[in-house]
Structures are given as C-alpha cells and as structure tokens.
Ligand binder design. Sequence first.
Ligand code: PAF
Length: 280
Amino acid sequence: MKISGNINETRTIVKEWKQQGLKVGLVPTMGYLHEGHLSLIRRAKAENDRVVVSIFVNPMQFGPTEDLASYPRDLDRDAGLCENEGVDLIFHPEPSEMYESDFCSYVDMSGLTEELCGKSRPVHFRGVQTVVSKLFHIIPADHAYFGQKDAQQLAIIKRMVRDLNFDIEIVGCPIVREEDGLAKSSRNTYLNKEERQAALILSKSLKAAKELTENGEKDAEKIISCIRNIIHTEPLARTDYIEVVDFDTIKPVKTIKGTTLIAIAVYIGKTRLIDNIITA
Ligand code: PAF
C-alpha cells in the first residue's frame, strides 16, 4: 500500500490504473477510521480492482467555532487499518497541497444545503462539495463510497454529481452502529463515560420513530413529537433539529411517502451528534 500526499503523483497512479482498464473505488474520509469507514472500504474492495482512501481533515468544511483543531487524527493507526483491508493507495495531502494561499474557487448549491445541518453549519456543505469535487478530479475513480449517517451530505453529493456531470457513481452505504445502537462516528471519541451513555438517546428515539412508521404512522408532526419526547427525557441532551424530509430534495414533508429521511442532530454536552433513519 502506498501513501501519497502529492496531487500529481496520486493522479498519475490512478490514471495508470484506469489505462490498464482497472476499476477504481474511492472512499473519501477525514481519517480516524472506524467500522463505518471500514464497511465502505470493504464494499469498495468488493466492487473495484483498486481502492483509494483519502484522509484529509478539510479545513474548509469547519466553521470558525467548530472542532477543526481538536478533530481526532492518527495516520499510523489509519494506515494500519487500511493495509489490513487491502487498500492500494492512501491520499493524505497537507492543507497547503489542497488549497493554494490564494485559493478562491468553490462549489456550492442552493436548496439542499440550506436545510437540516445547513442551518447551524452555514459554510459546511460548500466546504464538503468543494473538497469532494477536488478529490473527484485528483482521483478519477469509477465509484465513490459515502455513509448514510451523513444522509444530507450523501444527497448533496449525489445531486452535485448529477448537476455537474461528474463521471463517477456515488454509492451510499448503511449506517454502522455500536452494539448498543450508537451510530459510529469519529466524534464519539469526544464523549466522556456519562455522555457516551446519554448519547444512546439518539438511536433510542429513532428506533421508536421507526416502530411508529412501521405501525402505519405517516404524520411527520407525530413522528417528530415522539422523537422530541424521548430526547427530552435525557438531561444531557439538547436538540438542534428533528426533521422529516424528502431524501432527494431534503425539503420537509408533512406526510411520509416515498423515500423519507427522519434526521436528528442533538448536542450531548458540547458534542453535536447526528443520526437518521430512511424509510423506503
Ligand atoms: O464525511 C466526511 O468524512 C467528509 O465530509 C468528507 C466527505 C470526507 C469530505 O471532507
């Protein structure tokens, strides 16, 4: 497995693979890999001849008061995990390699980015779209793999690829959870023991919402109240949002029909966690 921090070298390696007719899968990450990432890597391995994992904590997608400085980083550990999974190449650039000092070109979108996380993280999705576009240019893969835990990000990237005609297929992969239900996330490392226990309220509330929908409830307001009431029972939890939206447009819906996303963002102490379920 090779690790490269250089854009030209990475592009040359991937282009050579493509010239040999090999299928390439890309797993974009910010590192500190967990089972959720490994599930993306395994899917990429199963569906491609070569797999590239990008590890880059992208400064552009963090707001000024967010956790860029404290975001967990451990390249040696990540490299060991990637090697075990049979990854062929890690792309791990420095911020200066990705963003020249006079960088001023951005990829943005209206609508989908303004809902859910976009309300409290106004610069986040512009940063995500910009870096993901750059990664798609640097690593001309056939498939790119994203987790459904960041469901809004997945919907935005799918739309960006469609709107801007990127020649890549986006593959959404299911959320991976701890045994007790907590969705895997690099940010779970911020939680102390008490907060870790309190964080179970997210998956617990969504499980109740899922049962409600499975029993035929279609009214978004009733589903939202069910989730809200459960989250309120946890003193360490503070709700950012609870929303029921169409998965393609990310617009709120009053009634569940088609593919609907039930998404929540909840602060546990200072840590903001997101989770969701998608109803088919
Ligand atoms: O989901 C993430 O880890 C990041 O938002 C991504 C897609 C790697 C872009 O920095």
